[in-house]
Design a protein around this ligand. Structure first.
Ligand SMILES: C[S@@+](CC[C@H](N)C(=O)[O-])C[C@H]1O[C@@H](n2cnc3c(N)ncnc32)[C@H](O)[C@@H]1O
Length: 454
């Protein structure tokens, strides 16, 4: 029997309260909270990502501090919120992230294939699968427990096709779009009627729960593996992503350490107009463990367990395990590199959440870092925007996580070079979405017809 489980990333989008549309506010007024939580281009919904910021936050700063044609950068791009929002608003983008998952999502959004090309690709993939027939794939038990055998067989076929090119840089636009979209539907909650847009047993979509916990839950709740046709679910997902017009300059995307990306050999000094980014906070999210299921799709094995090869490699590379002292050093270097790549009148926005050990007072990390290291960066503080979201709406609280160190408050450090005088291009940010309903493409029509039951 399929259990309908009330875990859903939709919990994050619960009823509005206070004086803003989405229940949050900032110390400077509602700002981006005055727009709906669902605000943004349809392609943002490709794949949930722990630690992501809302598209409307990126839009707010993009409108305020850049113009079409300007260069917008995000060296910790995560799911690619900044590059996507910037490119559909006509800005050039450069982004990077050391996590292969973040890279795939960011590049898929920064340079998407056309709707016609991606549909042709999925059709060919399905035809090739049908010709190949079933295969006896070598799949880790932690993955196998989540999927119906037929669904897993199709997923393994697609994975095998993608991994024929071992270097991500060689992946085509279509490879990346399929990988990113498939990652987005790999796990999530079933509907109450037992159907699902996701491929797995009923489980949270936002991040991958620990495998031992999932195993226990499957057995206790008797969670069913439903047989899903991967190609059909993928087409449905893509139709939702392509609802809005995807016109915009192709972005440049790197799978690279932020320091390496911002080094002299990669980005010219004084070339970037705006940085909108969110570096890893202090030991809040492990970007390997939180994504072990999706990373397996991308060929990164052994991320699910502490001692696994994939986990050790990612932990050694990603900056999510610092002590406060080493975190401060990492942030100082990061800000100094940002200072070098920014134009004199450019702006850098760093979103950093408060952190708290269980039972202890939260630490206002952004302010503390700025107070202790800001003087050595060459920047001055233009604004410090405290962004409050009620605790029960914070993603990490969706399903009662207690050990997490995230709090209900993020801070945006808005920085200008000490020798610069940035212009604020708009007094009131325009929340119109020009790309909405702008796609005369087949996906749009298809979505409309599907909704009308035709
Ligand atoms: C808070 S998340 C960014 C979320 C992003 N703003 C979004 O909306 O999805 C921080 C990101 O930093 C990445 N990261 C951690 N250490 C890094 C490093 N040294 N260089 C580049 N990226 C790194 C992580 O993989 C993670 O995706």
């Amino acid at each position: 029997m399929t259990m309908a489980v009330d875990w859903s990333s939709d919990a994050f989008f619960d009823s509005p309260e206070r004086d803003s549309l989405d229940g949050g506010t900032t110390n400077c007024g509602p700002l981006w909270h005055s727009a709906s939580v669902r605000w943004g281009h349809s392609m943002h919904t490709m794949c949930s990502y722990h630690g992501m910021f809302p598209a409307k936050l990126a839009h707010y700063f993009i409108q305020k501090y850049s113009r079409p044609g300007d260069l917008v950068m995000d060296p910790f791009s995560g799911r690619g919120t900044t590059p996507l929002q910037a490119r559909v608003e006509g800005r050039r983008t450069i982004s990077g992230d050391l996590s292969p998952l973040a890279y795939v999502l960011s590049r898929a959004k920064a340079s998407p294939p056309s709707w016609t090309a991606i549909m042709k690709y999925v059709d060919e993939l399905e035809a090739a699968y049908n010709r190949a027939g079933r295969t006896d794939w070598d799949v880790p038990a932690d993955i196998r427990m989540l999927y119906h055998e037929h669904t897993l067989d199709q997923m393994c076929f697609v994975r095998d096709r993608l991994l024929r090119r071992s270097n991500f840089a060689d992946w085509s636009r279509e490879d990346l779009m399929v990988a990113g979209s498939l990652a987005g539907i790999m796990h999530g909650a079933h509907r109450r009627d037992g159907t699902s847009q996701y491929l797995s047993i009923s489980m949270p979509n936002t991040f991958s729960m620990a495998p031992s916990y999932v195993r226990k839950f499957i057995s206790e709740k008797k969670l069913a593996k439903i047989e899903q046709n991967v190609f059909e679910r993928l087409r449905d997902k893509l139709a939702r992503l392509y609802l809005d017009d995807i016109t915009g300059p192709d972005g440049e995307t790197h799978v690279q350490d932020a320091s390496a990306l911002m080094s002299k050999s990669s980005v010219a000094s004084g070339s970037v107009d705006l940085i909108v980014t969110s570096p890893p906070y202090l030991q809040v999210v492990n970007y390997g463990a939180a994504n072990w299921i999706r990373l397996w799709l991308l060929g990164i094995d052994g991320v699910s367990r502490d001692g696994g090869q994939g986990r050790r490699t990612l932990d050694a590379a990603l900056d999510h395990r610092h002590t406060y002292a080493s975190y401060k050093g990492f942030m100082l270097r990061t800000m100094q590199e940002m200072h070098r790549v920014l134009k004199t009148d450019g702006v850098a926005v760093l979103v950093i959440g408060d952190v708290a050990d269980p039972g202890k007072e939260p630490v206002a990390l952004a302010k503390k870092i700025w107070d202790e290291a800001g003087g050595e960066t060459g920047f001055r503080l233009l604004d410090l925007i405290e962004d409050n979201l009620s605790v029960d709406k914070k993603v990490s609280r969706i399903w009662g996580e207690t050990k997490g160190q995230a709090t209900d408050r993020d801070c945006a450090l808005v920085l200008a070079r000490s020798d610069g005088n940035p212009v604020s291009y708009v007094e009131n940010v325009d929340w119109d979405e020009p790309y909405k309903d702008g796609g005369p493409d087949a996906a749009h029509l298809r979505g409309r017809l599907a909704r009308a039951g035709l």
